[in-house]
Design a protein around this ligand. Structure first.
Ligand SMILES: Cc1cc2nc3c(=O)[nH]c(=O)nc-3n(C[C@H](O)[C@H](O)[C@H](O)COP(=O)(O)OP(=O)(O)OC[C@H]3O[C@@H](n4cnc5c(N)ncnc54)[C@H](O)[C@@H]3O)c2cc1C
Length: 417
């Protein structure tokens, strides 16, 4: 088949790779001048199937509400939310109920576990060399944090995900540079988790897809798509639409605007997060892999010669305006745990990215209900962890094959409920 993919973030590129590997004639349209320039640019890089969880969780509505009046909450609601963001929040609130949360969490975990297998298989087969490391340590500062972690440990046990509960001495032996002066009540070690540079991986996979024949057209903004029998893609500034047998929408946050004129309303909201990346000053003072501070909901990960601190989740904020309080929290967490790790005087990259999030959490995969239009979008805060599995499943569905995992609850039909 002749297939168009819209968007060259980690989702579009992995989809291009899988479809090209299946022998299709693939064209990827990307409005930026390179792959992974938007949300896939500088994310935390963590792949943690056990902690792939929806943002819609019990207790979150009250945390989010309190953030309207506090400045350092991990979740921030802005006062300037649009009508569609308020509508999204309403649906999100319904998805925070315990039953909905557990169902969505297990859908995400299933897809994340499959994705990690695919990521490892692809990385191994193609010998992709990108900055990566193994394992994640969840840091619990206080007895209260230990207590709050307990329900998720039961979910890890139920899902058969290996983990170890550690005291502070054992935790410090896994991450020897952890600051001894910061109180640590205990930690959870997830040896099967990993950290990887999503942007580097995306660039390498793009090159692999090109070798399989996929064509990438950069600086090409798709203005319009139409469904089959004459599925077309119209590029801004070009008069003639291009014809394809199928179009896969992987346009991250912009997907909703592309699909709306076709009558498909996708409730996507931008949940903004932040990262700070800096060169490592002294490797012995830096993390070996990733740590996650449960209290502040901030991760610190090793990215080769750099360290990356990531966190924050704000909705209703302006894309270009960075929240100084969130950035201050990221620096604080870095100083608390790895005070001498980074060179902060120069070459520091402070980045804000927009996670394309559906209110209930899982992404939308598969047929759109419009002939010839397929979806692989809305991966929220776990797009890197979900990319390779989502791409393989989308390619299988397009070929009329049964995917290797159960995709219950990931299709467009759930929007009609
Ligand atoms: C601070 C932060 C930390 C994160 N940490 C993690 C993590 O640790 N683990 C994890 O799994 N995930 C993480 N994420 C989430 C992850 O980064 C995203 O889920 C993922 O990057 C989404 O990929 P995407 O390809 O859907 O979107 P994008 O990377 O945004 O790609 C969409 C592409 O479509 C293009 N496009 C849009 N419209 C058009 C158009 N009309 N024509 C042509 N091209 C178009 C855009 O230019 C863009 O390149 C994090 C996100 C943030 C912000």
């Amino acid at each position: 088949m002749k297939i168009a993919i819209i968007g060259a973030g980690v989702i579009g590129v992995s989809t291009a790779f899988e479809l090209a590997a299946d022998g299709h004639e693939v064209s990827v349209f990307e409005r930026r001048s390179a792959a992974a320039e938007e949300t896939s640019f500088a994310n935390a890089g963590i792949i943690s199937p056990g902690y792939a969880a929806p943002w819609a969780a019990p207790g979150m509505p009250s945390k989010a509400f309190k953030s309207l009046f506090g400045r350092q909450a991990p979740v921030q609601l802005g006062w300037g939310m649009t009508g569609s963001e308020l509508g999204w929040l309403w649906k999100w609130r319904l998805a925070c109920k315990p039953d909905a949360y557990l169902a969505n969490r297990s859908r995400l975990q299933r897809l994340a576990a499959y994705s990690q297998q695919r990521l490892q298989a692809i990385g191994h087969e193609l010998r992709l060399e990108y900055d990566r490391s193994d394992g994640q340590l969840l840091l619990l500062r206080s007895d209260k944090d230990l207590l709050q972690a307990e329900p998720s440990l039961q979910l890890l046990r139920d899902a058969g995900i290996p983990f170890k509960q550690l005291d502070s001495t054992a935790a410090r032996s896994i991450e020897p540079a952890l600051n001894a002066e910061t109180a640590l009540a205990g930690a959870i070690h997830l040896p099967g988790d990993e950290v990887g540079n999503c942007r580097q991986f995306t660039m390498l996979l793009k090159a692999a897809a090109q070798q399989l024949g996929a064509k990438f057209e950069f600086n090409c903004s798709v203005a319009q798509i139409t469904p089959a029998p004459a599925a077309t893609v119209s590029i801004a500034g070009k008069t003639l639409p291009r014809r394809f047998d199928a179009v896969v929408v992987c346009a991250g946050m912009a997907s909703a605007a592309l699909l709306k004129p076709l009558g498909l309303q996708i409730p996507l909201a931008a949940v903004h997060g932040y990262s700070i990346s800096a060169n490592i000053r002294e490797p012995l003072n830096a993390p070996v892999s990733a740590v996650f501070d449960a209290q502040h909901q901030v991760s610190i990960s090793r990215m080769g010669q750099r360290v990356r601190i990531a966190g924050g989740a704000d909705i209703g904020s302006h894309r270009e305006r960075k929240n100084a309080d969130t950035i201050a929290t990221l620096y604080k967490v870095l100083y608390d745990w790895f005070p001498g790790a980074a060179q902060l005087a120069s070459n520091v990259q402070i980045w804000k990215g927009a996670c394309p999030a559906l209110p209930d959490g899982p992404p939308l995969l598969g047929a759109s209900g419009l002939p010839g239009i397929w979806l692989n979008l809305g991966h929220g805060a776990s797009g890197w962890a979900l990319a390779c599995g989502s791409a393989r499943a989308t390619a299988d569905l397009l070929a009329g094959r049964t995917p290797e995992i159960d995709l219950e609850g990931l299709g467009v039909e759930r929007l009609r409920r």
